[in-house]
Design a protein around this ligand. Structure first.
Ligand code: AOS
Ligand code: ZN
Ligand code: ZN
Length: 388
């Protein structure tokens, strides 16, 4: 797509979801550096997410994490989000922070622990019913640390059983997105370590079980865009948890470590039809802002995805196809790189003005005084943190 107005039309309908946990304090295992103005409640996290949407125009939903965002009335929380101009997106389950889960959650050798974990997952579907969320995001920390610790095959059987029970409970318009991760916190085996394992489980269950690609969850050097192309082709790409990494699951701002990789991923999304709303691919961020300001960090990340998308949309498909058909390796690569090397910032500034937004979202946010206001208002009380 090289016609600028078509590119702009496509960008106008982009939707990127921000995660509630990105607005709270977070850190590494060594230290959590508390920041002023951090939200104390799920409602305040939603308020912050609404700011990101306000200045970017393309972040209309916020993912919640249960029980970090526990409230008595989830329908009321959804109504609150609506009032703020956003909606509640994916519901993220959490079966990794309880003492009972030391040896796993749904794959734990103890049936009582497995039942407890499954009950939590089913409760998350109840929450989706109340919030109107389409997606349940499942990430399991389950795995083992030592050879022989547990039976690898039996753990797959237990995983299959739990996933089938959740699938069964989903409503007609609901899906689950199954996340995989190479390692951490388990260091020897992880029960869902790669896209192939997630894919195999999802394939058995049906169309409402989809794979989610967290860009930080692969071995260094993995060709993530190939995974994206393959899953899309199979109708199994449910969405992304975007972030960037230098080493492992760093959860840094997307596009910070390797903007070229982000472009290559977005190109495969566009190429495979994953950008069309009917494809149902959820574009979510999964990040933790340890040292940088949180709302601003989310705005920057949304802009990074938008820039990569704009470049991907700018690839001249006709010229690329012709070069590929002719076997002209260098010309094909040149067409691809031309799009990547285009400075799309002026185009995006123009688009924002057409959308009634400030051309520079970060400058507009900073000038709004929101941060100073909430820093004052939220002086008292317990700031939300990773896990609270
Ligand atoms: C964990 O590594 C995963 O990325 C999950 O998506 C997790 O639920 C999220 O990062 C919040 O901790
Ligand atoms: Zn994730
Ligand atoms: Zn992760």
């Amino acid at each position: 797509m090289s016609d600028t107005s078509a590119v702009k039309d496509a960008l106008r309908r982009q939707q990127i979801e921000t995660p509630s946990w990105a607005y709270g304090n977070s850190g590494t295992r060594f230290k959590v550096f508390a920041q002023p103005g951090v939200p104390r409640t799920p409602q305040e996290k939603i308020g912050d997410a609404a700011q990101v949407h306000r200045y970017t125009g393309i972040a209309p939903s916020v993912a919640v994490h249960i029980p970090w965002d526990r409230v008595d009335d989830y329908a009321q929380l959804a109504a609150y989000a609506k009032e703020k101009g956003v909606r509640i997106g994916a519901v993220n389950s959490n079966v990794f922070q309880d003492d009972d889960y030391k040896l796993g959650s749904v794959t734990n050798p103890d049936p009582k622990v497995r039942r407890k974990a499954l009950d939590h997952l089913l409760h998350c579907v109840d929450i989706m019913d109340a919030t109107g969320s389409r997606d349940l995001k499942l990430w399991f920390s389950d795995g083992t640390n030592y050879p022989g610790q547990d039976d690898i095959r039996a753990r797959q059987d237990r995983m299959e059983e739990a996933l089938a029970a959740v699938y069964e409970r989903l409503g007609e318009h609901q899906r689950f997105l199954l996340e995989y991760k190479l390692f951490e916190p388990a260091f020897y085996t992880t029960d869902l370590p790669d896209w192939g394992t997630s894919y195999a489980h999802c394939l058995k269950l049906g169309p409402r079980a989809q794979v989610v690609v967290d860009t930080g969850h692969h071995a260094p050097g993995t060709n993530i865009e190939f995974i994206v192309a393959f899953l899309l082709r199979e109708g199994k790409l449910g969405g992304f948890d975007f972030n960037s990494r230098f080493y492992a699951d760093d959860d840094l701002m997307v596009g910070a470590a390797d903007p070229f990789q982000l472009f290559r991923i977005m190109y495969e999304v566009v190429r495979g039809g994953g950008y069309d709303p009917e494809a149902g691919v959820a574009f979510m961020l999964d990040q933790c802002h340890n040292i940088e300001p949180k709302i601003q960090g989310q705005i920057r990340s949304v802009m990074n995805v938008q820039e990569a998308t704009a470049k991907a949309l700018l690839v001249d498909a006709a010229a690329l196809g012709a070069a590929q058909a002719a076997g002209d390796v260098l010309e094909a690569n040149a067409v691809f790189m031309d799009a990547y090397n285009t400075d799309v910032r002026p185009l995006l500034a123009e688009l924002r003005e057409e959308m009634g937004l400030h051309p520079d979202p970060i400058a507009a946010y900073k000038a709004s005084g929101y941060f100073e206001r909430v820093a004052e208002e939220r002086k008292d009380g317990q700031a939300a943190g990773w896990g609270a």
